[in-house]
Design a binder for this molecule. Structure first.
Ligand SMILES: [Zn+2]
Length: 83
């Protein structure tokens, strides 16, 4: 694999680049896995909020529907970015 900083080829398991010393973030890290999972949860919550917003829009509460819709879209967007 290649160093993200200097572009030189380094060992796949390397924790840092031996040429420039930059820290290598392993994609298999537990952190990365957790982030992906959180992204999925955020997306699921976002989708749910959009549904709630639609229901609220039908039964009155236009203002709350708009707020929840914006929050839902934001959550989905963040979820996509993380995941
Ligand atoms: Zn490097």
């Amino acid at each position: 694999m290649k160093c993200q900083n200097c572009g030189k080829s380094i060992k796949r398991q390397a924790k840092s680049c031996k040429y420039c010393g930059v820290r290598i973030i392993q994609k298999s890290d537990k952190m990365a896995k957790k982030m992906t999972m959180d992204g999925g949860i955020a997306m699921a919550c976002g989708g749910l909020m959009v549904i709630i917003a639609i229901v609220m829009a039908i039964y009155g509460g236009r203002m709350w529907a708009a707020i929840i819709l914006i929050l839902g879209c934001l959550l989905t967007f963040i979820g996509k970015k993380i995941g």
